[in-house]
Write a protein that binds this ligand. Structure first.
Ligand SMILES: [Zn+2]
Length: 343
């Protein structure tokens, strides 16, 4: 027998609906559709990455499949709810992008065909089935056209939940077959609750929120990558720039030169973000990307001219370009940058 590839199992825990943060209006609209049993057969969850679209889509699937829904929401205890929590629901299908060989992560036509075969069979628990298609924009054209056929002739009582962070990359014919459920970035309070729920220390939350444009997914990734300490390092280096001696250039070069290339590139990304904030301050703008650093940024902005700040940002861009496109020594790139920027 052929070895089966390991499937990604999506589980929907009881209480998934209540665990969603933010999107109050969207959730109210969905729960109204669910309780009135008027859910359109294809929903397109569209909005920025990392705001909870898939989480809401899964909770909708649970409510739709539940054998004993309470006011339109999943009961959490019936056979359907228990099977979803165990990741073994026979009438729930998840289509997720796959990576194969060197091709980019995408949803392939074989996956759509497999899903179509599955929804053509009679459901086991009730008359209903649900299909989740995550990162729908990664479908290639063949997959998208196969899905389109299914959406045009939907198998009875099947709910399609498409999730995308890039709606403009989807075939317009697919978008037009779906009811769009728009998602906005999370507000700061909702972001703070998500970070708290993931045990992010309180003193880091404000900075992570400032850097994440309302995407809890991004904030959690930055936390996992220890991005704040890189940004702190970039800020501290900027602050020392006017007084750099050859010795400090040498020691900073040694320290940053020991990082992984990718991480050093990230460091330069933060440095450039900080410098763009400095330029914004000089132009009288109050909207800073690193709002949590505003005091330090204002103080630093008072120590140099706009021309100098602009030139430093250009030098940082050039250093990053060299790092990304050549095998230049990390240490030499850093030292070269500091020498030119500190002039
Ligand atoms: Zn249930």
């Amino acid at each position: 027998m052929a070895e089966e590839k390991e499937a990604v199992v999506l589980r929907v825990q009881p209480g998934a609906w209540a665990a969603v943060e933010g999107h109050e209006k969207t959730r109210a609209r969905l729960s109204r559709l669910l309780s009135e049993k008027r859910v359109p057969h294809a929903l397109l969850f569209s909005g920025p990455q990392g705001v909870g679209k898939k989480q809401v889509a899964l909770a909708v699937a649970a409510a739709f499949l539940c054998l004993d829904p309470k006011e339109g929401l999943a009961c959490g205890v019936c056979d359907s709810c228990r099977a979803l929590a165990a990741g073994t629901h026979p009438d729930f299908f998840a289509v997720l992008p796959e990576t194969s060989g060197k091709t980019a992560r995408s949803v392939k036509i074989e996956q759509i065909r497999e899903m179509r075969g599955a929804v053509a069979r009679a459901p086991k628990f009730s008359t209903r089935r649900a299909v989740l298609l995550n990162d729908a924009e990664t479908m290639n054209d063949a997959a998208a056209n196969a899905l389109l056929k299914t959406l045009e002739e939907p198998p009875g009582d099947t709910l399609f939940l498409l999730v995308t962070g890039a709606r403009q990359a989807l075939l317009p014919t697919i978008v037009s077959r779906c009811t769009i459920i728009p998602f906005a970035p999370l507000d700061d309070a909702a972001m703070a609750r998500v970070l708290a729920a993931h045990d992010v220390p309180e003193d880091l939350r404000r900075s992570l929120i400032a850097l994440s444009d309302g995407s809890a997914g991004r904030a959690l990734r930055l936390f996992a990558e220890d991005a704040l300490s890189l940004r702190e390092d970039a800020m501290a280096t900027l602050e020392k720039l006017p007084q750099m001696t050859p010795e400090t250039i040498f020691s900073v070069g040694a320290r940053l030169g020991a990082l992984e290339r990718e991480r050093l590139l990230e460091w330069f990304r933060y440095l450039r973000m900080l410098l763009r904030d400095v330029l914004a301050i000089m132009e009288g703008s109050a909207a800073l990307m690193n709002g949590d650093f505003s005091e330090r940024l204002f103080a630093f902005a008072g120590t140099l001219t706009a021309d100098r700040a602009f030139a430093t940002e250009r030098e940082a861009a050039e250093a990053a370009r060299r790092l990304a496109t050549s095998n230049a020594s990390l240490r030499l790139v850093v030292e070269g940058f500091l020498l030119r920027a500190g002039k």
